[in-house]
Design a protein around this ligand. Structure first.
Ligand code: EPZ
Length: 422
Protein backbone atom coordinates (compact mmCIF):
# COMPACT_ATOMS: atom_id res chain seq x y z
CA UNK A 1 0.00 0.00 0.00
CA UNK A 2 1.36 3.40 -1.00
CA UNK A 3 2.21 6.15 1.46
CA UNK A 4 2.47 9.88 1.12
CA UNK A 5 5.28 11.80 2.81
CA UNK A 6 4.72 15.47 3.59
CA UNK A 7 7.63 17.66 4.70
CA UNK A 8 6.24 20.57 6.68
CA UNK A 9 7.25 24.22 6.67
CA UNK A 10 6.76 25.27 3.05
CA UNK A 11 4.55 28.33 2.51
CA UNK A 12 2.17 27.84 -0.43
CA UNK A 13 1.36 30.05 -3.38
CA UNK A 14 -0.33 29.57 -6.73
CA UNK A 15 -3.47 27.91 -8.08
CA UNK A 16 -5.25 24.61 -7.38
CA UNK A 17 -7.90 23.48 -9.90
CA UNK A 18 -11.02 22.07 -8.21
CA UNK A 19 -12.56 19.00 -9.87
CA UNK A 20 -16.15 17.87 -10.36
CA UNK A 21 -17.89 16.60 -7.23
CA UNK A 22 -17.39 12.92 -6.34
CA UNK A 23 -20.69 12.85 -4.45
CA UNK A 24 -22.60 14.45 -7.30
CA UNK A 25 -21.04 12.14 -9.89
CA UNK A 26 -21.84 9.02 -7.84
CA UNK A 27 -25.53 9.99 -7.89
CA UNK A 28 -25.55 11.19 -11.53
CA UNK A 29 -24.05 7.97 -12.93
CA UNK A 30 -26.91 5.65 -11.77
CA UNK A 31 -29.35 8.09 -13.43
CA UNK A 32 -28.32 6.52 -16.73
CA UNK A 33 -30.38 3.48 -15.66
CA UNK A 34 -33.55 5.59 -15.90
CA UNK A 35 -33.38 5.98 -19.68
CA UNK A 36 -32.60 3.84 -22.73
CA UNK A 37 -30.84 6.82 -24.27
CA UNK A 38 -27.21 7.81 -23.61
CA UNK A 39 -26.25 10.02 -20.65
CA UNK A 40 -22.94 11.88 -20.86
CA UNK A 41 -21.30 13.57 -17.89
CA UNK A 42 -18.55 16.15 -18.34
CA UNK A 43 -16.23 17.64 -15.69
CA UNK A 44 -16.17 14.20 -14.05
CA UNK A 45 -13.48 13.69 -11.36
CA UNK A 46 -10.77 11.04 -11.93
CA UNK A 47 -11.28 8.93 -8.79
CA UNK A 48 -11.30 5.28 -7.81
CA UNK A 49 -14.91 5.60 -6.57
CA UNK A 50 -15.95 6.65 -10.08
CA UNK A 51 -14.18 3.59 -11.49
CA UNK A 52 -16.06 1.42 -8.97
CA UNK A 53 -19.40 2.91 -10.05
CA UNK A 54 -18.41 2.33 -13.70
CA UNK A 55 -17.71 -1.32 -12.81
CA UNK A 56 -21.06 -1.64 -11.08
CA UNK A 57 -23.03 -0.16 -14.01
CA UNK A 58 -21.17 -2.47 -16.40
CA UNK A 59 -22.07 -5.46 -14.18
CA UNK A 60 -25.74 -4.54 -14.70
CA UNK A 61 -25.27 -4.51 -18.47
CA UNK A 62 -24.94 -0.75 -18.92
CA UNK A 63 -22.11 0.67 -20.99
CA UNK A 64 -19.99 3.24 -19.18
CA UNK A 65 -16.76 4.51 -20.64
CA UNK A 66 -14.38 7.19 -19.43
CA UNK A 67 -13.13 9.50 -22.20
CA UNK A 68 -10.85 12.55 -22.28
CA UNK A 69 -8.57 11.24 -19.52
CA UNK A 70 -11.61 10.35 -17.39
CA UNK A 71 -13.23 13.76 -17.43
CA UNK A 72 -16.07 12.60 -19.69
CA UNK A 73 -18.26 9.62 -18.78
CA UNK A 74 -20.31 8.30 -21.70
CA UNK A 75 -23.00 5.91 -20.47
CA UNK A 76 -25.90 4.01 -21.91
CA UNK A 77 -28.16 1.47 -20.27
CA UNK A 78 -29.92 0.39 -23.45
CA UNK A 79 -29.44 -3.25 -22.59
CA UNK A 80 -29.52 -3.73 -18.86
CA UNK A 81 -29.59 -7.50 -18.49
CA UNK A 82 -28.86 -7.91 -14.78
CA UNK A 83 -30.61 -6.37 -11.81
CA UNK A 84 -28.30 -7.64 -9.06
CA UNK A 85 -25.76 -5.24 -7.51
CA UNK A 86 -23.19 -7.61 -6.15
CA UNK A 87 -21.85 -7.51 -2.56
CA UNK A 88 -18.25 -7.59 -3.82
CA UNK A 89 -18.75 -4.15 -5.42
CA UNK A 90 -21.26 -2.65 -2.99
CA UNK A 91 -19.12 -3.40 0.09
CA UNK A 92 -16.31 -1.34 -1.48
CA UNK A 93 -18.48 1.71 -1.93
CA UNK A 94 -21.75 2.51 -0.16
CA UNK A 95 -22.89 4.81 -2.95
CA UNK A 96 -23.49 1.66 -5.01
CA UNK A 97 -26.85 1.61 -3.24
CA UNK A 98 -27.88 4.49 -5.51
CA UNK A 99 -28.70 2.01 -8.29
CA UNK A 100 -31.66 0.77 -6.22
CA UNK A 101 -34.15 3.54 -7.02
CA UNK A 102 -33.36 3.82 -10.74
CA UNK A 103 -33.45 0.03 -11.28
CA UNK A 104 -36.78 -0.26 -9.48
CA UNK A 105 -38.22 2.55 -11.60
CA UNK A 106 -36.91 1.22 -14.92
CA UNK A 107 -37.07 -2.57 -14.45
CA UNK A 108 -39.60 -2.98 -11.64
CA UNK A 109 -37.07 -5.03 -9.71
CA UNK A 110 -33.65 -4.76 -8.06
CA UNK A 111 -31.44 -6.83 -5.81
CA UNK A 112 -28.87 -4.71 -4.04
CA UNK A 113 -26.50 -5.87 -1.35
CA UNK A 114 -26.72 -3.92 1.89
CA UNK A 115 -23.40 -2.07 2.00
CA UNK A 116 -22.58 -3.06 5.54
CA UNK A 117 -20.93 -0.65 7.92
CA UNK A 118 -17.84 1.39 7.19
CA UNK A 119 -15.21 3.12 9.29
CA UNK A 120 -17.42 6.11 10.10
CA UNK A 121 -20.63 4.34 11.00
CA UNK A 122 -23.28 1.67 10.59
CA UNK A 123 -24.71 3.38 7.48
CA UNK A 124 -28.22 1.80 7.57
CA UNK A 125 -30.70 2.13 4.67
CA UNK A 126 -33.99 2.28 6.56
CA UNK A 127 -34.92 5.67 5.09
CA UNK A 128 -34.24 4.46 1.52
CA UNK A 129 -36.43 1.40 2.18
CA UNK A 130 -39.27 3.39 3.79
CA UNK A 131 -39.32 5.92 0.96
CA UNK A 132 -39.31 3.36 -1.85
CA UNK A 133 -41.94 1.31 -0.01
CA UNK A 134 -44.09 4.46 0.16
CA UNK A 135 -43.86 4.52 -3.65
CA UNK A 136 -45.28 1.00 -3.76
CA UNK A 137 -42.13 -1.12 -3.83
CA UNK A 138 -42.07 -4.43 -1.92
CA UNK A 139 -38.63 -4.74 -0.30
CA UNK A 140 -37.33 -7.59 1.84
CA UNK A 141 -33.89 -8.37 3.25
CA UNK A 142 -32.53 -11.83 2.39
CA UNK A 143 -28.92 -13.02 2.89
CA UNK A 144 -27.69 -9.45 3.24
CA UNK A 145 -29.35 -8.35 0.01
CA UNK A 146 -32.35 -6.06 -0.42
CA UNK A 147 -34.80 -7.77 -2.79
CA UNK A 148 -37.01 -5.03 -4.19
CA UNK A 149 -39.85 -5.30 -6.66
CA UNK A 150 -42.61 -3.15 -8.02
CA UNK A 151 -44.57 -5.49 -10.29
CA UNK A 152 -47.28 -2.94 -10.94
CA UNK A 153 -44.77 -0.07 -11.28
CA UNK A 154 -44.22 2.71 -8.73
CA UNK A 155 -46.95 5.12 -7.64
CA UNK A 156 -46.42 8.72 -6.49
CA UNK A 157 -46.83 9.28 -2.73
CA UNK A 158 -46.21 11.79 0.05
CA UNK A 159 -43.27 10.69 2.27
CA UNK A 160 -41.57 12.56 5.10
CA UNK A 161 -38.02 11.37 5.92
CA UNK A 162 -37.09 11.00 9.58
CA UNK A 163 -33.68 12.52 8.74
CA UNK A 164 -32.56 14.56 5.73
CA UNK A 165 -30.55 11.69 4.27
CA UNK A 166 -28.61 12.58 1.11
CA UNK A 167 -28.59 9.08 -0.38
CA UNK A 168 -32.21 8.33 0.48
CA UNK A 169 -33.27 11.63 -1.11
CA UNK A 170 -31.36 10.70 -4.28
CA UNK A 171 -32.79 7.17 -4.48
CA UNK A 172 -36.38 8.31 -3.86
CA UNK A 173 -36.22 11.26 -6.29
CA UNK A 174 -34.77 9.11 -9.06
CA UNK A 175 -37.39 6.41 -8.52
CA UNK A 176 -40.21 8.97 -8.43
CA UNK A 177 -39.31 10.40 -11.86
CA UNK A 178 -40.94 7.36 -13.52
CA UNK A 179 -43.66 6.69 -10.93
CA UNK A 180 -47.33 7.17 -11.84
CA UNK A 181 -48.55 10.43 -10.32
CA UNK A 182 -47.04 12.96 -7.95
CA UNK A 183 -44.50 12.38 -5.19
CA UNK A 184 -43.89 14.90 -2.42
CA UNK A 185 -40.68 14.20 -0.50
CA UNK A 186 -40.57 16.08 2.83
CA UNK A 187 -37.50 16.76 4.95
CA UNK A 188 -35.48 16.14 1.79
CA UNK A 189 -31.72 16.75 1.87
CA UNK A 190 -30.71 20.13 0.42
CA UNK A 191 -27.09 19.42 -0.57
CA UNK A 192 -25.77 20.99 -3.82
CA UNK A 193 -25.22 17.44 -5.11
CA UNK A 194 -29.02 16.91 -4.93
CA UNK A 195 -29.61 20.15 -6.84
CA UNK A 196 -27.09 18.98 -9.45
CA UNK A 197 -28.77 15.56 -9.80
CA UNK A 198 -32.19 17.21 -10.24
CA UNK A 199 -30.77 19.62 -12.82
CA UNK A 200 -29.58 16.60 -14.84
CA UNK A 201 -32.87 14.70 -14.38
CA UNK A 202 -34.78 17.75 -15.67
CA UNK A 203 -32.55 17.76 -18.78
CA UNK A 204 -33.60 14.12 -19.19
CA UNK A 205 -37.27 15.20 -19.14
CA UNK A 206 -38.15 14.76 -15.48
CA UNK A 207 -40.71 17.11 -13.89
CA UNK A 208 -39.26 18.15 -10.50
CA UNK A 209 -39.62 21.23 -8.27
CA UNK A 210 -38.21 22.33 -4.91
CA UNK A 211 -34.69 20.91 -5.19
CA UNK A 212 -32.42 22.63 -2.67
CA UNK A 213 -35.35 23.06 -0.27
CA UNK A 214 -36.72 20.56 2.25
CA UNK A 215 -39.72 19.68 0.03
CA UNK A 216 -39.16 18.20 -3.42
CA UNK A 217 -42.15 17.51 -5.69
CA UNK A 218 -41.81 15.06 -8.58
CA UNK A 219 -44.47 14.53 -11.29
CA UNK A 220 -43.81 11.08 -12.75
CA UNK A 221 -43.42 10.77 -16.54
CA UNK A 222 -43.56 7.72 -18.83
CA UNK A 223 -39.95 7.83 -19.94
CA UNK A 224 -36.80 9.92 -19.76
CA UNK A 225 -34.46 10.75 -22.64
CA UNK A 226 -30.71 11.14 -22.83
CA UNK A 227 -28.74 14.27 -21.82
CA UNK A 228 -25.30 15.77 -21.41
CA UNK A 229 -24.55 17.34 -18.04
CA UNK A 230 -21.49 18.94 -16.36
CA UNK A 231 -20.80 17.68 -12.83
CA UNK A 232 -20.97 20.48 -10.26
CA UNK A 233 -17.74 21.64 -8.52
CA UNK A 234 -16.67 19.49 -5.57
CA UNK A 235 -17.32 21.64 -2.47
CA UNK A 236 -15.50 19.15 -0.22
CA UNK A 237 -12.36 19.11 -2.34
CA UNK A 238 -12.68 22.90 -2.47
CA UNK A 239 -12.91 23.24 1.33
CA UNK A 240 -10.02 20.82 1.75
CA UNK A 241 -7.65 22.81 -0.47
CA UNK A 242 -8.80 26.14 0.98
CA UNK A 243 -7.32 24.93 4.26
CA UNK A 244 -3.90 24.19 2.73
CA UNK A 245 -2.64 27.83 2.70
CA UNK A 246 -4.45 28.48 5.99
CA UNK A 247 -2.44 25.73 7.69
CA UNK A 248 0.85 26.10 5.77
CA UNK A 249 0.82 29.88 5.32
CA UNK A 250 0.85 31.76 1.99
CA UNK A 251 -1.99 32.29 -0.47
CA UNK A 252 -3.72 29.91 -2.89
CA UNK A 253 -6.44 30.50 -5.48
CA UNK A 254 -8.85 27.56 -5.81
CA UNK A 255 -9.88 27.66 -9.45
CA UNK A 256 -13.57 26.84 -10.00
CA UNK A 257 -14.37 27.41 -6.32
CA UNK A 258 -17.81 28.88 -5.64
CA UNK A 259 -18.63 30.72 -2.40
CA UNK A 260 -22.28 29.59 -2.47
CA UNK A 261 -21.15 25.96 -2.08
CA UNK A 262 -19.19 26.56 1.14
CA UNK A 263 -20.96 29.39 3.01
CA UNK A 264 -21.18 27.74 6.45
CA UNK A 265 -17.56 26.61 6.14
CA UNK A 266 -16.35 30.10 5.13
CA UNK A 267 -18.23 31.66 8.07
CA UNK A 268 -16.10 29.54 10.42
CA UNK A 269 -12.91 30.34 8.50
CA UNK A 270 -13.68 34.05 8.77
CA UNK A 271 -14.18 33.75 12.54
CA UNK A 272 -10.85 31.90 12.82
CA UNK A 273 -8.97 34.69 11.03
CA UNK A 274 -8.94 33.52 7.41
CA UNK A 275 -9.37 35.77 4.38
CA UNK A 276 -11.50 34.35 1.52
CA UNK A 277 -11.76 36.53 -1.56
CA UNK A 278 -14.00 35.81 -4.55
CA UNK A 279 -12.08 36.22 -7.82
CA UNK A 280 -13.14 35.93 -11.46
CA UNK A 281 -11.82 32.32 -11.48
CA UNK A 282 -12.58 31.06 -7.98
CA UNK A 283 -11.67 31.71 -4.35
CA UNK A 284 -8.37 33.16 -3.10
CA UNK A 285 -7.51 32.10 0.47
CA UNK A 286 -4.90 33.18 3.02
CA UNK A 287 -4.56 33.86 6.74
CA UNK A 288 -5.59 37.41 7.69
CA UNK A 289 -2.66 37.80 10.08
CA UNK A 290 -0.62 35.74 12.51
CA UNK A 291 -2.05 32.87 14.48
CA UNK A 292 -5.53 31.53 13.85
CA UNK A 293 -8.21 31.71 16.55
CA UNK A 294 -10.10 28.74 17.94
CA UNK A 295 -13.73 28.34 16.78
CA UNK A 296 -16.52 25.90 17.69
CA UNK A 297 -17.99 23.75 14.89
CA UNK A 298 -21.10 21.54 14.81
CA UNK A 299 -21.78 19.47 11.70
CA UNK A 300 -25.26 19.48 10.17
CA UNK A 301 -27.05 18.71 6.89
CA UNK A 302 -26.63 21.39 4.20
CA UNK A 303 -26.67 24.39 4.51
CA UNK A 304 -25.00 23.64 7.87
CA UNK A 305 -21.29 22.87 8.36
CA UNK A 306 -20.48 19.77 6.24
CA UNK A 307 -19.50 16.62 8.10
CA UNK A 308 -17.11 15.89 5.21
CA UNK A 309 -15.02 18.93 6.20
CA UNK A 310 -14.95 18.22 9.95
CA UNK A 311 -11.69 16.26 9.94
CA UNK A 312 -9.95 18.87 7.79
CA UNK A 313 -11.16 21.68 10.09
CA UNK A 314 -9.82 19.76 13.09
CA UNK A 315 -6.39 19.65 11.47
CA UNK A 316 -6.49 23.44 11.19
CA UNK A 317 -7.70 23.97 14.77
CA UNK A 318 -4.88 21.83 16.23
CA UNK A 319 -2.58 24.86 16.06
CA UNK A 320 -5.14 27.66 16.53
CA UNK A 321 -4.95 29.91 19.59
CA UNK A 322 -7.40 28.65 22.21
CA UNK A 323 -9.80 25.74 22.63
CA UNK A 324 -12.29 24.65 19.94
CA UNK A 325 -15.19 22.23 20.37
CA UNK A 326 -16.06 20.15 17.31
CA UNK A 327 -19.38 18.33 17.51
CA UNK A 328 -20.05 15.58 14.93
CA UNK A 329 -23.81 15.10 14.63
CA UNK A 330 -24.10 13.22 11.34
CA UNK A 331 -22.00 10.08 11.84
CA UNK A 332 -21.43 8.09 15.01
CA UNK A 333 -17.71 7.44 14.60
CA UNK A 334 -16.02 10.19 12.67
CA UNK A 335 -13.11 11.19 14.91
CA UNK A 336 -10.62 8.50 13.86
CA UNK A 337 -8.26 11.20 12.67
CA UNK A 338 -7.99 12.50 16.26
CA UNK A 339 -5.68 9.77 17.65
CA UNK A 340 -3.49 10.13 14.55
CA UNK A 341 -3.30 13.92 14.99
CA UNK A 342 -2.41 13.30 18.66
CA UNK A 343 0.57 11.23 17.45
CA UNK A 344 1.68 14.51 15.85
CA UNK A 345 1.40 16.32 19.18
CA UNK A 346 -2.16 17.63 18.92
CA UNK A 347 -4.09 18.12 22.17
CA UNK A 348 -7.52 16.60 21.54
CA UNK A 349 -9.98 15.19 24.06
CA UNK A 350 -12.69 13.07 22.40
CA UNK A 351 -15.87 12.74 24.49
CA UNK A 352 -18.53 10.82 22.53
CA UNK A 353 -19.72 13.03 19.67
CA UNK A 354 -17.55 15.94 20.77
CA UNK A 355 -13.83 16.61 20.28
CA UNK A 356 -12.25 19.35 22.39
CA UNK A 357 -9.15 20.68 20.59
CA UNK A 358 -6.68 22.86 22.52
CA UNK A 359 -4.32 24.56 20.12
CA UNK A 360 -0.56 23.89 20.36
CA UNK A 361 2.21 25.99 18.82
CA UNK A 362 3.26 23.45 16.20
CA UNK A 363 2.66 19.78 15.36
CA UNK A 364 5.53 17.35 14.85
CA UNK A 365 5.75 15.08 11.82
CA UNK A 366 5.11 11.37 12.49
CA UNK A 367 4.06 8.16 10.70
CA UNK A 368 0.22 8.13 10.81
CA UNK A 369 -2.54 5.87 9.54
CA UNK A 370 -5.28 6.86 7.13
CA UNK A 371 -8.61 5.30 8.16
CA UNK A 372 -11.21 6.90 5.90
CA UNK A 373 -11.26 9.34 3.05
CA UNK A 374 -11.59 12.64 4.91
CA UNK A 375 -9.52 11.58 7.93
CA UNK A 376 -6.68 10.76 5.52
CA UNK A 377 -6.62 14.17 3.93
CA UNK A 378 -6.76 15.89 7.33
CA UNK A 379 -3.44 14.19 8.15
CA UNK A 380 -1.91 15.45 4.90
CA UNK A 381 -3.08 18.98 5.76
CA UNK A 382 -1.66 18.72 9.30
CA UNK A 383 1.67 17.58 7.82
CA UNK A 384 1.97 20.78 5.74
CA UNK A 385 2.91 22.82 8.82
CA UNK A 386 4.28 20.09 11.10
CA UNK A 387 7.96 20.08 12.00
CA UNK A 388 9.69 17.41 9.92
CA UNK A 389 8.17 14.60 7.86
CA UNK A 390 4.68 13.10 8.18
CA UNK A 391 4.18 9.73 6.52
CA UNK A 392 0.52 8.97 5.84
CA UNK A 393 0.02 5.25 5.25
CA UNK A 394 -2.82 3.43 3.42
CA UNK A 395 -3.41 6.30 1.04
CA UNK A 396 -5.78 4.22 -1.12
CA UNK A 397 -8.45 5.95 0.97
CA UNK A 398 -7.31 9.26 -0.56
CA UNK A 399 -7.55 7.97 -4.12
CA UNK A 400 -11.30 7.53 -3.57
CA UNK A 401 -11.91 11.26 -3.29
CA UNK A 402 -8.88 13.34 -4.27
CA UNK A 403 -7.63 13.23 -7.85
CA UNK A 404 -3.93 14.05 -8.38
CA UNK A 405 -3.54 15.23 -4.76
CA UNK A 406 0.29 15.18 -4.81
CA UNK A 407 0.37 17.08 -8.11
CA UNK A 408 -2.11 19.69 -6.87
CA UNK A 409 -0.27 20.35 -3.58
CA UNK A 410 3.22 20.23 -5.11
CA UNK A 411 1.97 22.68 -7.73
CA UNK A 412 1.61 25.34 -5.02
CA UNK A 413 4.94 24.59 -3.38
CA UNK A 414 4.18 21.88 -0.83
CA UNK A 415 6.85 19.20 -0.36
CA UNK A 416 4.70 16.11 -0.87
CA UNK A 417 5.79 12.77 -2.30
CA UNK A 418 3.97 9.48 -2.98
CA UNK A 419 6.00 6.42 -2.04
CA UNK A 420 5.00 3.06 -3.53
CA UNK A 421 3.94 0.53 -0.91
CA UNK A 422 6.14 -2.43 0.04
C1 EPZ B 1 -23.54 11.12 1.60
O1 EPZ B 1 -23.56 9.86 2.25
C2 EPZ B 1 -22.09 11.32 1.18
N1 EPZ B 1 -21.70 10.26 0.24
C3 EPZ B 1 -21.19 11.31 2.40
O2 EPZ B 1 -19.86 11.60 1.94
C4 EPZ B 1 -21.63 12.42 3.34
O3 EPZ B 1 -20.83 12.38 4.51
C5 EPZ B 1 -23.10 12.22 3.72
O4 EPZ B 1 -23.91 12.17 2.52
C6 EPZ B 1 -23.65 13.33 4.61
O5 EPZ B 1 -23.50 14.55 3.98
C7 EPZ B 1 -22.14 10.33 -1.03
O6 EPZ B 1 -22.86 11.24 -1.42
C8 EPZ B 1 -21.69 9.23 -1.93
P1 EPZ B 1 -26.76 10.21 4.57
P2 EPZ B 1 -24.98 9.20 2.62
O7 EPZ B 1 -27.71 9.20 4.05
O8 EPZ B 1 -25.98 9.47 1.58
C9 EPZ B 1 -27.99 8.06 8.58
C10 EPZ B 1 -17.54 11.31 1.74
O9 EPZ B 1 -16.62 11.43 2.56
N2 EPZ B 1 -28.92 7.31 7.73
O10 EPZ B 1 -27.11 11.65 4.50
O11 EPZ B 1 -24.73 7.78 2.99
C11 EPZ B 1 -26.55 7.65 8.32
O12 EPZ B 1 -26.21 6.50 9.06
C12 EPZ B 1 -18.83 10.61 2.13
O13 EPZ B 1 -17.51 11.78 0.57
C13 EPZ B 1 -29.86 6.47 8.34
O14 EPZ B 1 -29.91 6.37 9.56
O15 EPZ B 1 -25.35 10.02 3.93
C14 EPZ B 1 -25.77 8.86 8.76
O16 EPZ B 1 -25.60 8.80 10.15
C15 EPZ B 1 -18.78 10.06 3.55
N3 EPZ B 1 -30.69 5.75 7.55
C16 EPZ B 1 -26.70 10.02 8.39
O17 EPZ B 1 -28.00 9.45 8.23
C17 EPZ B 1 -30.67 5.83 6.18
O18 EPZ B 1 -31.48 5.18 5.52
C18 EPZ B 1 -26.31 10.71 7.11
O19 EPZ B 1 -26.42 9.78 6.09
C19 EPZ B 1 -29.71 6.68 5.59
C20 EPZ B 1 -28.85 7.41 6.37
Amino acid sequence: MDSIIVTGGKELSGEIPIAGAKNACLALMPATLLSEEPLTLTNAPRLSDIKTMTELLASLGAEASALADGQVLAMSSHNIDNHVADYEIVRKMRASNLVLGPMLARLGQAVVSLPGGCAIGARPMDLHIQGLTALGAEIELKDGYLHAKAPKGLKGAVYEMGFASVGATENIVMAATLAKGTTVLKNAAREPEIVDLVSCLKKMGAHIDGEGTSTITIEGVDRLHGATHPVVTDRIELGTYMLAPVIAGGEVECIGGRLDLVEAFVEKLDAAGVSVEETARGLKVSRKNGRLSAVDVTTAPFPGFPTDLQAQMMAMLCTADGTSVLEEKIFENRFMHAPELMRMGANIDVQGGKAIVTGVEQLKGAPVMATDLRASVSLILAGLAAKGDTQVNRVYHLDRGYEHLVRKLSGVGAQVERVPGS
